[in-house]
Design a protein around this ligand. Structure first.
Ligand SMILES: [Zn+2]
Length: 111
């Protein structure tokens, strides 16, 4: 059985596709969503900020994919100041772009 699980919220389309490529090199099927979304709301010229996300197709690969994404996120984090993080109830710290704890899988608490 396969199901889509959101792995990573990318900073931009390039970021998302780079991670997707990295995962596929490891034999992990992934898709990038959101980067091809063009808002067409009443012809407004306002460009909506969309942040693509990377999804993993197979739950079996999630632990490995999370490790790769964590590594990738660390490298692609801009060097301006410390990266934003959140602390899970299990005590582990995850970076801001992760929607779940890398350790126990609990969802990120609402701010
Ligand atoms: Zn946790």
């Amino acid at each position: 059985m396969s199901s889509l699980t959101k792995l990573y919220l990318a900073a931009n389309a390039v970021d998302g596709h780079m991670l997707k490529g990295l995962l596929e090199q490891e034999g992990i099927q992934a898709v990038v969503r959101g980067d091809d979304f063009v808002p067409l709301q009443g012809g407004t010229l306002f460009k909506m900020e969309t942040r693509p996300s990377v999804w993993v197709l197979d739950d079996e690969h999630l632990p490995r994919a999370r490790a790769l994404a964590a590594d990738f996120g660390r490298r692609s984090t801009p060097s301006e100041g410390p990266p934003a993080t959140w602390t899970c109830r299990c005590g582990e710290t995850s970076e801001e772009q992760f929607t779940e704890c890398w350790s126990c899988g609990r969802p990120k608490p609402e701010a």
